[in-house]
Design a binder for this molecule. Structure first.
Ligand code: ADP
Ligand code: MG
Length: 724
């Protein structure tokens, strides 16, 4: 079989595919959360007292006493074994974006050699994976590699089913033996606690006496591509890097806008229903799904949940999507930019904070008190985005997301906040001191009369803003599709915590000086807008005018690549932010910088190696073989007295030569290893390696346009994007 035959077989096989039938379709009521040991299952399985203690822990994060943990462990084991589980596993979230598991059997043998099962509170609570191969950014020497996982009772345990059995999965944190966080869950829990502490101070200064624990919420919209497995198998770049490193644009791309919200192709719909059924069993509330802008691109959005649970569910969802896609003959691409020239994929993270007594604090509400809460919390967000915009850029900095940001399809790499016309006008009036306050300590005239009729769903949606207010929440639109949502949530919770602490201090002063609450709030918000209003922007974030204005007049930072964004983790204000809120110690923060920097370097190095390999062993040989064929064709024609136009051959020869030259140079640059600093190494990847990879691609794609279709070895864009 020649290389091209592989491509032709992929096309034929894909054309012959039929939707995969799913075994049995259960009604939602039978399916919903049936594999989750959540509050409902616990109420059935636990004694009244144990259930009450557990419920308190789930709802308030209060620690569980060891005796109750034993009771819960026993009930959990019985429940899981009834569902066929023989193994249990702590699930944890190391600093890579993946989910890690370590499985252990319930089984032990007693002295008579009989098998019995055991699962105690201490096994439930603590696990000890050999963590030495997880990235830890110098937090742990390999020789002292002990890492612990510990049960997070606030995220429910569940059953993971495979064809051959079931495993009890226990969401956990992951830390070094010295207690440093090696994962993405610990900072998320801490950031939520920091936000809770600060928000309580503010709310009680605002006169609230009954304040339930505050939680952040997250609803993430996940975009992804589906490509037939046959094509992915014939594209080493898709297989190993998750994106095409070569590929000429197809004659038709997304210009007709005929895919967005169009009818979902049959095979895809069957896949969606299959994976969503699995989500339902796990209590993950998949709510909407539709086609996205690019051909072969889709979106799924679960209903929002408490951030910690949403983050675990998001990880689980990505795992399930990838595994289920394979069963349906697809590869699910979560990469931010699998195909050049058409839209990439993001993960909009919708975020709000609230509790059961005051409600959603980012909802303008309908009463004056709710309005005041909203103004204070929204003002705190504005301050945070202005002070820590570069941090928000840093938490979405990955090699893959760089392809998408600022590429006229995704938000720019400058962090600003979009409020919508109405709300922006309110905050501008506050800034200009146009808000008057009634003398009886009542409500703000202008601000409130303007804001009361505020519609929850502002008609105008600004798709060009990285951070947009959308009626009752903020939507962080710059997050990448393959990322864990935890980093962005940690950043948002932490900057909010910091701003609320500041607000609390200012409120204390203003109220102490005898001002009534509305007047105090107006004063503080005026200060916020004067100091930090530069972060508010409602215009076109894609425009070059904004890029000028943002940097030159507004003093905002533009950090186009991860190489520029990641070092933000080492800046003093960011170190202070995480230390003062107790979310990450300087050591823990620095370990993140090291790990993310290493991941960036690794991703680009792997891609560079692939570019070299594919160029040298697949594309260059195909071009030369075709050149040879052209040469003999010219000879044949000459025998018949015809001089064929040889410009195709000249182009191919020249492009092939240039391709080889650029990968030879790339190879030399890839061999360089002595850099003065991590930052210098990052820059080398961003500026030198990436540029040479792009250059190689230009020549390879030119060859694809010249070489006969029958002689081209790699599946083409039109095939991967349009055949399914
Ligand atoms: P869009 O119109 O932006 O496509 P969708 O309604 O499809 O939005 O999804 C928006 C996401 O935001 C969903 O996951 C939804 O559950 C979530 N969401 C809605 N309200 C809130 C809130 N108060 N806090 C956090 N997320 C929310
Ligand atoms: Mg959205």
């Amino acid at each position: 079989m020649t290389a091209n035959d592989v491509r032709q077989v992929a096309i034929t096989e894909t054309l012959n595919r039929k939707p995969v039938e799913t075994d049995e379709i259960l009604p939602l009521s039978d399916m919903w959360a049936c594999d989750v040991f959540g509050l409902a299952a616990m109420e059935e399985a636990l004694s009244k007292n144990a259930f009450k203690a557990m419920k308190r822990t789930v709802q308030t994060g209060e620690p569980l006493d060891p005796a109750t943990a034993d009771v819960v462990a026993a009930a959990m084991k019985d429940w899981a074994m009834r569902k066929g589980a023989k193994f249990f596993s702590h699930v944890f979230y190391p600093l890579t974006n993946i989910t890690a598991e370590k499985h252990d059997g319930f089984i032990i043998t007693n002295s008579d050699g009989h098998a019995i099962t055991e699962f105690t509170g201490s096994l439930l609570i603590k696990g000890e994976p050999d963590g030495s191969s997880f990235p830890n950014g110098s937090l742990r020497m390999t020789s002292a590699a002990r890492g612990y996982t510990a049960w997070d009772p606030t995220s429910p345990a569940y059953i993971k089913n495979t064809k051959n059995g079931a495993t009890l999965m226990i969401p956990s944190v992951f830390m070094s033996w010295t207690g440093e966080s090696l994962d993405k869950k610990i900072p998320l829990l801490r950031s939520n606690a920091a936000m809770d502490r600060a928000a309580r101070k503010v709310l009680s200064l605002m006169g609230e006496t009954d304040i339930a624990p505050l939680n952040s919420s997250c609803g993430a919209e996940q975009e992804y591509f589906l490509v037939d497995k046959n094509f992915a198998a014939a594209r080493p770049d898709l297989l190993l890097a998750g994106r095409t490193l070569f590929g000429a644009p197809p004659a038709k791309g997304q210009e007709f806008d005929d895919h967005y919200f169009g009818a979902i192709p049959d095979r895809v719909q069957v896949f969606m229903q299959d994976f969503e059924d699995q989500l339902y069993r796990l209590g993950i509330p998949a709510k909407t799904h539709h086609n996205e802008v690019a051909p072969a691109q889709f979106e799924v959005a679960p209903y929002f949940e408490a951030a910690n649970v949403a983050a675990d569910h998001q990880q689980l969802m990505m795992t399930i999507m990838k595994a289920t896609a394979l069963e349906h003959g697809f590869v699910c691409l979560l990469h931010e930019k699998p195909f050049a020239g058409i839209n990439g994929s993001g993960k909009h993270v919708n975020w709000s904070v609230g509790n059961s007594t005051q409600g959603n604090l980012l909802d303008p509400g309908s009463s004056p008190a709710e309005n005041l809460h909203f103004l204070v919390f929204c003002g705190a967000v504005i301050r945070g985005i202005h002070l820590f915009g570069p941090l928000l850029r840093a938490v979405i900095a990955t090699a893959s997301n760089d392809h998408r940001l600022g590429a006229n399809e995704a938000p720019p790499a400058i962090m600003s906040v979009y409020l919508g016309d109405q709300l922006e006008a309110v905050f501008n009036d506050i800034k200009d001191g146009k808000v008057s306050v009634t003398s009886d300590g009542g409500i703000m005239d202008l601000g409130l009369s303007q804001i009361l009729p505020f519609t929850r769903d502002p008609g105008d949606r600004n798709r060009t803003s990285p951070f947009a207010f959308t009626g009752n929440r903020f939507e962080f639109r710059a997050v990448g599709s393959s990322q864990s949502v935890s980093g962005p949530l940690v950043a948002m919770n932490t900057i909010l915590a910091d701003s609320l602490e500041w607000m609390a201090g200012r409120l204390e002063t203003e109220l102490g000086s005898g001002k009534e609450l509305p007047e105090a709030v107006a004063t503080i918000l005026q200060e916020v807008m004067q100091e930090h209003g530069n972060a508010v922007f409602g215009g076109d974030g894609y425009s070059s005018e904004w890029h000028e204005l943002a940097v030159k007049e507004r003093g905002l930072r533009n950090l186009p690549t991860s190489a520029e964004a990641l070092p933000v983790f080492t800046e003093q204000p960011v170190i202070d932010l995480f230390a003062s809120t107790g979310v990450l110690s300087p050591l823990e923060l620095n370990s993140r910088y090291e790990v993310y920097a290493e991941q960036y370097v690794n991703s680009i190095s792997v891609e560079a190696k692939l570019v070299i390999e594919l160029a040298k062993t697949v594309i260059y040989p195909a071009a030369l073989a075709y050149l040879k064929e052209l040469g003999s064709n010219y000879e044949v024609a000459a025998k018949f007295g015809v001089d064929l136009d040889t410009s195709t051959a000249s182009t191919i020869a020249a492009e092939a030569k240039a391709l080889l030259a650029s990968v030879v140079e790339l190879e030399a640059e890839l061999g360089k290893h002595d850099f003065d600093s991590v930052a210098a190494h990052l820059e080398h990847c961003a500026k030198t390696l990436r540029t040479l990879m792009d250059e190689a691609r230009v020549h390879a794609d030119a060859l694809e346009r010249e070489v006969a279709d029958s002689a081209w070895p790699l599946p083409k864009y039109r095939e991967m994007l349009f055949i399914r």
